[in-house]
Design a protein around this ligand. Structure first.
Ligand SMILES: C[S@@+](CC[C@H](N)C(=O)[O-])C[C@H]1O[C@@H](n2cnc3c(N)ncnc32)[C@H](O)[C@@H]1O
Length: 382
């Protein structure tokens, strides 16, 4: 595909996202209907779409319209590309610009330049204070790819060497030796031998730092286990009795296979069938994902205040449920991949008012001090 044809494909996908479809679903549908597109084309179209969604408000201002064409025109103007090279009117390329489109450029207002919805901006500023603008700016860029060297299978050096044999270059984090940032070959990771052999797991630096801050204990319950990223990290940290639970059993469908590949031992509890008490209970609750919007940028525009309030209520219910499984003197770890205080410190403060837990430690991570936005509150039962 020519660069202009890729831009037209992105316009089609973006129009579908703007009419309510999830970006991943729209991209998958476009791929299925575009057998002519090679893997390089698919990756390029995906990159254009995600880039446009991360910067949707500012790009719509620059391009003069909140539409697929407006966003791609905004991209050209943002990146200093001559729009005439993209809007060529050639077969498969975007139609040539209308005179009104040529005149449409407008500088984004300060609020538009944040690339956040208006309703959210006070919450963002309350949560992030003087770093609010810098964190919003970081969310306009693509996220780095991080791996966790699975120390059940290999040392970080052995994992790095295995990755290199697959043409993937990574380097350890200065904050955590087992966290490896991929510098080259990120698209090759999931097909690599190192990944297939369980030497590495895909996991962002921030949740890795949060898991590393948990106490090494005898027994742990991962109450919202989902795909099991945190449970597997606990296993690698040496926790030997781990139970994984999720309200939706299907979310854990891949976990037995992942655990086998990683050499991790854990037990899976059916929904609502957790028994006993644990030294550590982890609640990696459903959240707005505001810390991960570099990876899921369409979610940034779908969230509204009522949706956030529903999540906050659900998180409170989950914490109450999960707390019942903490042994006396045991720990409760509350985690979100959000930056909002409503989901983080405020949530924990109201939980503590109605429970017998005392604070132990707190971690607030953003792209400025780690990678994804992430929150951990570690508490102990009195
Ligand atoms: C943020 S995801 C967990 C991600 C996972 N811990 C990981 O590292 O891959 C939140 C999970 O909470 C689950 N969940 C939602 N409501 C729940 C509830 N009442 N009890 C337990 N799990 C719940 C969801 O099904 C979802 O899988």
């Amino acid at each position: 595909m020519t660069p202009a044809a890729r831009a037209q494909a992105a316009i089609t996908v973006l129009d579908q996202v703007l009419s309510g479809e999830a970006a991943e679903a729209a991209l998958i549908r476009w791929s299925r209907n575009s057998r002519f597109a090679g893997s390089g084309d698919r990756a390029a179209v995906r990159d254009i779409v995600f880039d446009a969604l991360r910067r949707m408000r500012s790009r719509a201002a620059l391009g003069g319209a909140l539409s697929g064409r407006g966003l791609i025109l905004g991209m050209c103007r943002d990146e200093g590309t001559d729009p005439a090279q993209v809007f060529t009117g050639a077969p498969y390329a975007p139609a040539m610009l209308e005179p009104a489109e040529v005149q449409s450029q407008r500088a984004p207002s300060p609020a538009e330049a944040m690339d956040l919805p208006d309703w959210m901006q006070p919450l963002w500023r309350d949560a992030l204070g003087e770093t609010a603008a810098d964190v919003a700016a970081a969310m306009r860029d693509r996220a780095p790819v991080w791996l966790r060297a699975n120390t059940l299978r290999a040392s970080p050096d052995e994992a790095l060497a295995a990755l290199e044999r697959d043409g993937i270059v990574a380097r350890p984090s200065a904050k955590l030796a087992s966290a490896l940032e991929v510098i080259e070959g990120a698209r090759r990771v999931s097909a690599s031998g190192a990944y297939a052999d369980g030497l590495v797991e895909l996991q962002d630096l921030s949740p890795q730092l949060a898991c590393a801050a948990l106490p090494r204990v005898g027994s742990a319950l991962d109450y919202c286990a989902g795909g099991g990223g945190k449970a597997l990290a606990l296993a690698a940290a040496g926790v030997t009795r781990i139970v994984a639970h999720d309200v939706e059993a299907s979310r854990m469908a891949d976990l037995p296979g992942r655990a086998k590949r990683a050499g991790a031992r854990l037990r899976i509890a059916a929904p609502g069938r957790v028994e006993g008490k644990f030294d550590l209970v982890l609640t990696d609750v459903p959240c707005s994902g505001s810390g991960t919007w570099r990876r899921t940028p369409d979610a940034k525009w779908r969230l509204d205040r009522a949706g956030l309030d529903r999540l906050v209520a659900l998180q409170a219910r989950i914490m109450d449920e999960a707390a019942a499984f903490v042994a006396p003197g045991g720990h409760l770890a509350y985690m979100t991949c959000s930056v909002f205080e409503q989901e983080n410190a405020e949530q924990v403060a109201t939980f503590r008012e109605r429970s017998d837990f005392e604070p132990v430690s707190e971690l607030r991570l953003t792209p400025l001090n780690a990678s994804d936005g992430f929150y951990l509150a570690l508490m102990r039962r009195r």
